[in-house]
Design a protein. Structure first.
Length: 385
């Protein structure tokens, strides 16, 4: 996600600075090279040696005759992106006013003048975050193209966003964004059909691959709608659903202004008329199953020209059979391509898929995060073509 990206990590004097050691490690795990820049306030919270260890690079904690801000953040400088995390109210205001009295604000002014992408993750007490001057400074910075990673409002504090949200926003800011301006609808996870107020019929899907595709599309610049039965996420507009019919209706509504649909969810094939009260145990019971609506068919009927990516899950581990089944769906629904895999990967951290087109089959194997990234790359190429 951040392979080959140089991140200048600006650390300010919020107590959230204690989290930057792990943030630096996570940026590097995702492929980035990291160099830290610290304010005096940050040095009172986390020792520069800790960040030197975490980044494997010397820390800039003062601007000297070596003009470190220029070396890092100039037009031809080292950094591909400046990430200020955490950012205090003080630093947000100074960035908007071009006040350069710390190494971080001096790097920010240089980056903004040099069109180097800037990402800010605020952390402060909630009343400070709500201050009219701070809100005005945020609006000003956003108007200049600065990306903000919204804090979590808890216990009257605007707490720094989690690492995943910060990493995703950093990758989006630093990347080429070939999907900028595109709206992609992604489904993920299982659906559940209630049998009674307690029990459901569902499947073993985890939703990891669908969420990985959604994240990768977001990093590439897309606006993403994620339709699934799970909590809100920072990278997408979530439409929470449970039943197959609810997922179909939510996707149809979102697809009206979409540029592509990725149907990665394991939509249940059958539903049942649910009982109003809990069914008592200890007796024989027969359920009358009815087929659920086919999501991709419904989308294709309403949107004849919309690019749609389908998923085809098979059992048995036979590649030829998977390709044959995928091609049948590809032709029947006129899909852009179909991602075929074996049911043995359901619920696991890794996967192996075959991307099946009319005249081509490619294989991708690895973590679901990596495979999701490859699927998003295939979709980006499709939309660009």
């Amino acid at each position: 996600m951040l392979e080959g990206v140089n991140v200048a990590l600006g650390v300010c004097g919020s107590i959230a600075a204690v989290k930057t050691v792990e943030l630096a490690h996570e940026l590097r795990r995702r492929g980035a090279a990291v160099r830290a820049v610290m304010t005096d306030g940050a040095r009172g919270i986390v020792h520069p040696w800790a960040l030197e260890f975490a980044t494997d690079n010397p820390v800039v904690d003062e601007i000297t005759g070596s003009v470190e801000h220029v070396e890092l953040c100039n037009r031809d400088g080292w950094a591909d992106v400046l990430l200020v995390a955490p950012s205090t109210a003080n630093t947000v205001g100074k960035m908007a006013a071009a006040v350069d009295d710390t190494p971080v604000t001096t790097c920010a002014t240089t980056a903004l003048g040099a069109d180097v992408p800037v990402v800010v993750a605020p952390a402060m007490h909630e009343p400070m975050y709500d201050h009219p001057g701070v809100l005005e400074a945020i609006d000003t910075l956003e108007s200049w193209g600065v990306a903000f990673v919204a804090p979590r409002i808890e216990e009257e504090k605007a707490k720094i966003a989690d690492e995943e949200a910060i990493v995703l926003e950093t990758a989006r800011a630093a990347g080429d964004r070939p999907m900028a301006g595109d709206h992609v609808v992604v489904t993920s996870g299982p659906t559940s059909e209630p049998v009674d107020p307690v029990r459901v019929i569902t499947n073993r899907a985890s939703g990891r691959t669908g969420r990985a595709v959604a994240k990768a599309c977001y990093v590439r610049g897309a606006e993403v709608t994620l339709v699934h039965d799970a909590p809100e996420v920072p990278y997408a507009d979530v439409r929470a659903v449970e039943r197959a019919a609810e997922m179909r209706d939510a996707v149809l509504a979102a697809a009206d202004d979409a540029d592509a649909v990725v149907s990665a969810a394991a939509v249940g094939d059958y539903t049942v008329e649910a009982a109003d009260e809990k069914i008592r145990s200890g007796r024989d019971l027969a359920l009358e199953l009815e087929p659920t609506p086919k999501l991709i068919d419904a989308v294709r009927d309403r949107h004849p020209d919309l690019p749609i990516v389908g998923f085809k899950l098979e059992t048995g581990g036979d590649d030829a059979a998977m390709v044959e089944a995928a091609r049948a769906t590809l032709e029947r629904v006129d899909l852009s391509f179909v991602v075929a895999n074996d049911a043995g990967v359901m619920g696991s951290e890794s996967t192996r898929v075959l991307v099946v087109r009319a005249d081509d089959v490619t294989e991708h194997e690895g973590s679901k995060r990596a495979v999701g990234d490859r699927i998003a790359a295939e979709l980006a190429a499709t939309l660009d073509g």
